[in-house]
Design a protein around this ligand. Structure first.
Ligand SMILES: NC(=O)c1ccc[n+]([C@@H]2O[C@H](COP(=O)([O-])OP(=O)(O)OC[C@H]3O[C@@H](n4cnc5c(N)ncnc54)[C@H](OP(=O)(O)O)[C@@H]3O)[C@@H](O)[C@H]2O)c1
Length: 194
């Protein structure tokens, strides 16, 4: 089975954005060193708009061939007129309200979310599946998450949108790698203990 990886940007205290989900206060830490890391290891996680602006033209997916996100996260792209924000990937959006896909590259899942994710995990391909977020979708898929890649920015929010919008449980993960950046950003990779 290939992995479902929740690759996510967080504050030190584990929030993926302010109480409304807005994560723009994290952007100030995306400097040259961090961009080089993203370009080398996770270029497919930078939006089409971002790749264009940053000159990531010649990049190929390194880790993922599929992205899944909730409709509220996808809505941020739609609101700017972008229907395929992660065009290097097969894009999947969970939604019960989007009646049809706005883009040929986007599949909408309206029912049996977990069943569809299990089908995707069973596919025989070399690359993995990126769980983009947001909080609600991650909470619903928490049992399917095999790996966490947490980009932690040196900010404390006090309150905000949690990584997982789910009920309390203590789920164990093993730390596989920690990468530190000069500006205080950390990227930690964890595998799920099954
Ligand atoms: N820090 C980061 O790296 C990061 C990454 C991603 C997102 N975010 C933030 O997260 C925020 C959005 O998170 P969110 O928790 O509000 O929403 P979300 O998880 O992105 O999307 C929730 C929506 O997904 C659909 N959905 C959820 N479960 C479903 C199911 N079982 N079947 C079908 N559809 C389902 C529903 O769409 P319908 O209402 O259409 O039915 C639901 O309203 C944004 O503000 C974004 O900035 C941050």
């Amino acid at each position: 089975m290939r992995k479902l990886t929740y690759f996510i940007a967080c504050s030190i205290d584990g929030f993926i954005g302010d109480p409304s989900g807005d994560a723009t206060s994290m952007y100030r830490f995306v400097n040259e060193e961090f961009l080089s890391f993203l370009k080398a290891e996770y270029p497919e996680t930078v939006s089409a708009e971002g790749r264009e602006a940053l000159g990531f033209h010649d990049t190929r997916s390194q880790r993922f061939d599929t992205v899944i996100q909730g409709r509220s996260s996808y809505q941020l792209a739609l609101d700017t007129g972008v229907t395929s924000p992660y065009a290097l990937l097969r894009e999947i959006v969970a939604s019960r309200t989007l009646k049809e896909s706005p883009d040929a590259n986007v599949e909408v899942i309206s029912e049996d979310l977990v069943g569809r994710v299990r089908e995707l995990k069973a596919e025989q391909t070399d690359l993995g599946i990126w769980l983009c977020g947001g909080s609600q979708l991650a909470g619903e898929l928490i049992d399917e998450v095999d790996e966490l890649v947490i980009k932690t920015y040196p900010l404390v929010y006090g309150s905000g949108m949690p990584m997982f919008g789910s009920d309390f449980r203590a789920i164990e993960f093993t730390l596989d790698a920690v990468r530190t950046f000069d500006n205080g950003v950390l990227v930690r990779t964890y595998s799920r203990k099954r």
